[in-house]
Design a protein around this ligand. Structure first.
Ligand code: SF4
Ligand code: SF4
Length: 302
């Protein structure tokens, strides 16, 4: 079986141009499965214009439910809940606030009437859609739902499954933002992590934080300073720091309004064209080289 490689593109902060770069990579890859793991604010579909596949429900947590017939209105559940998720003590009719409930089950354990049980909560959906560059696995979290990383893991696993089934050698992941559970779920086991940043104080700070996470997992990584010419001095400092931190390579892409124009036109920057398209093509060549499968055994032996 062909070895599937995984390129994960992350950014410590929003607005660095990560998704535009992922969409451009999709255009350049010549066939890859795409995974949008930025499930809080999925937007890869906006530039890839997929033919939407059927939705599958996602349940990432459980919540308590009170059987009002069995409940004796003793109030014990409301006393122990640390999240103020038990409602209705005033009129002796108890119920659960499904947004506030954290699913800890303490109320169920203390209820003397055995009137509480736990039920799965549907808090999102995921889809496998078709784009002009290959399948796209993406998801949508429900309103006010936490992104625990479970949905990110599901999206990545599905992307690998689709790649295996359909014979794609590469999965390109649009990673989650920040440094918490979702980004860790995006990163684990990646063959190469590309961190996209911008030459600003917050870009430098957030890149430093996210690279600490990447290095903790001992993952090979590279850095792209996007919109580098907006502050060449800071861009050069960030590039030097990334090299010193062990980046496999550091690339820069200058600001090009064509990237925004491509988004407005609902397409990728490679299709739209411009200076950034040429620079991102060079970035892709640098990123895809370490992702190439190792030579076959016979070739090594020859
Ligand atoms: S602990 Fe059980 S019986 Fe008491 S109020 Fe809560 S649900 Fe009702
Ligand atoms: S499961 Fe936990 S958070 Fe939810 S209502 Fe019961 S005690 Fe409160």
């Amino acid at each position: 079986m062909k070895q599937i490689r995984e390129l994960v593109v992350i950014s410590g902060k929003g607005g660095t141009g990560k998704t535009s770069i992922v969409a451009a990579f999709a255009a350049l890859a010549g066939g890859a499965v795409l995974a949008d793991c930025d499930v809080d604010a999925a937007d890869l579909h906006l530039v890839l214009d997929p033919k939407l596949g059927s939705e599958h429900e996602f349940s990432g947590r459980r919540q308590a439910v009170i059987d009002t017939v069995a409940c004796t209105a003793c109030g014990r559940c409301a006393e122990v809940c640390r999240f103020a998720a038990v409602l209705g003590a005033a009129d002796d009719h108890y119920s659960i606030d499904s947004v506030a409930c954290e699913g800890c089950e303490l109320c169920r354990r203390v209820c003397p009437a055995d009137a509480i049980h736990m039920e799965p909560v549907v808090n999102g959906a995921w889809m496998v859609s078709e784009t002009r560059f290959g399948p796209l696995v993406h998801a949508r979290l429900g309103v006010a739902e936490d992104n625990s990383g479970k949905l990110v893991t599901l999206v990545r696993n599905e992307a690998r499954r689709v790649a295996e089934e359909q014979g794609f050698p590469l999965v390109i992941v649009d990673g989650s933002p920040g440094i918490g559970c979702p980004v860790i779920a995006s990163l684990a086991g990646a063959d190469l992590v590309l961190a996209v940043t911008e030459p600003t104080v917050s870009g430098r700070h957030d890149l430093d934080r996210v690279l600490q996470v990447v290095r903790q997992f001992r993952l090979p990584f590279a850095v792209c300073v996007n919109k580098a010419d907006l502050n060449p001095e800071l861009g050069a400092q960030i590039a030097a720091e990334a090299s010193a931190a062990g980046a496999a390579f550091v690339a820069t892409v200058d600001y090009d309004p064509a990237v925004t124009h491509a988004q407005v036109a609902g397409t990728d920057v490679i299709d739209y064209g411009g200076r950034a398209a040429a620079e991102i093509t060079k970035l892709w060549e640098a990123a895809s080289s370490p992702l190439s499968p190792p030579p076959e055994r016979e070739m090594l032996d020859a």
